[in-house]
Ligand binder design. Structure first.
Ligand code: SF4
Length: 391
């Protein structure tokens, strides 16, 4: 083993003979479209793809690492800290291979009782709480850490805030694995955090900064936004922003703006430069997929399909971008296409998953199709085949 035998962080660290495992999800026709960008004509339907879609480099790496773990340690006990990525196809494949999931306690920390020295534990692409890593090391397991490098970059920023006495203001989904792992990096360095999910919450935090709502009132309203027992004083505190890598960039920038303005209004420009830091930590792959979809939506299309897990942050944001511009449906896979008259889809505004009727356009010719960073191409192929069948 090329590195500490209890921690593997790259595919190459498995040692001689490591390999990519693209055969588990790649489709050559779709790979070609990705290389050339463009349209796939099939059975009288034109499927229009954006310039960027599907697996990002972080997910690609995580999948290679987990499948390599399964190949190398066949017959041994292999666990995952969480869903590797938010995609049912890949998660089912791993379950079929005998990979088990560790459970979490009420604090969202891993329950490691069942682990034995020598077990293999794969940390998902989202990363995990630093206390989980500590607990896993104590158990003497081999940790295969597939945390994406783009997320680790955000951790470094958060650690820096904590070391300099800044409260991390994290724009992200509180229940998302990545957000939980990221804010734990502040705690690791003895720092604190407040997670805000959207502009409404940012505006309320701005009112706290302006002294119009008390800190206590805000924390009581959002009890899971900060560590238990946390308090702060806006008269003296410093704040630094970070965001979950898959949020909408526009929303993150607006949130930064809301908070910076509140600081300036209360303390002036000069003090704000000392007391407020912001940085856009949306990852490049997420941004590319969002920009490419916006461009695709300028094409004349009869229907748009956004494909990816209903709990996938980056996919739900793609659906938000396309919403109201064309008939769009966010589906997880081919099984959601129930018939020519019924489709099971997630509404990006209400988050409700329901069966919609009369969704299949008459004279369907042009379909826009994209997928989130955790969706394998094989899922797109199944959907494309079903659409052609229905046509
Ligand atoms: S979406 Fe970005 S941060 Fe998330 S795994 Fe992919 S490359 Fe990494």
């Amino acid at each position: 083993m090329a590195t500490d035998e209890r921690m593997i962080k790259k595919l190459s660290e498995f040692g001689d003979g490591f390999k990519h495992h693209h055969e588990n999800y790649a489709v050559s026709d779709i790979s070609k479209i990705r290389e050339t960008g463009g349209i796939w004509e099939l059975d009288g339907v034109s499927f229009h793809f954006p310039e960027h879609f599907g697996f990002c480099y972080g997910v690609d790496k995580a999948i290679d690492m987990v499948f390599e773990t399964c190949a190398r340690f066949q017959g041994e006990r292999i666990f995952l800290t969480d869903q590797l990525i938010h995609n049912p196809y890949i998660n089912n494949k791993l379950t079929e291979k005998g990979v088990s999931y560790l459970k979490r306690d009420s604090q969202n920390l891993l329950i490691c009782d069942q682990l034995r020295a020598g077990d293999k534990v794969v940390v998902s692409a989202f990363g995990t709480d630093f206390r989980d890593i500590k607990a896993l090391r104590e158990k003497g397991v081999t940790i295969v850490d597939s945390t994406c490098g783009a997320i680790i970059n955000v951790w470094k920023r958060v650690e820096g805030y904590a070391k300099k006495g800044f409260i991390t203001i994290m724009h992200g989904k509180r229940n998302h694995e990545e957000t939980r792992a990221t804010v734990s990096q502040a705690v690791k360095e003895g720092g604190l955090y407040i997670t805000i999910e959207n502009k409404t919450e940012a505006r309320e935090l701005a009112l706290v900064i302006l002294g119009q709502i008390s800190e206590k009132e805000f924390l009581a309203k959002y009890p899971t936004a900060s560590p238990a027992g946390f308090s702060f004083d806006t008269a003296t505190c410093k704040m630094g922003m970070a965001n979950q890598t898959t949020m909408l960039k526009g929303e993150s920038l607006e949130i930064q703006d809301i908070l910076r303005k509140a600081f300036i209004e209360r303390y002036g420009e000069e003090a704000t430069r000392e007391r407020f830091r912001s940085f856009d930590t949306i990852c490049g792959a997420t941004q590319d997929r969002q920009d490419a979809l916006r461009k695709l939506l300028n094409t004349k299309l009869d229907l748009v399909l956004i494909v990816g897990g209903f709990n996938s942050s980056n996919t739900t944001h793609l659906a938000e971008i396309a919403w109201n511009r064309l008939p769009i449906f966010h589906i997880e896979g081919e099984a959601d296409i129930l018939s020519k008259t019924q489709i099971r889809a997630r509404n990006p505004q209400t988050s409700a998953v329901s069966v919609e009727t009369d969704w299949f356009p008459k004279n369907l010719k042009n379909v826009g199709i994209t997928s989130g960073a955790s969706t394998p191409d094989v899922t797109l192929l199944e959907i494309i085949r079903k659409i052609c069948e229905l046509k």
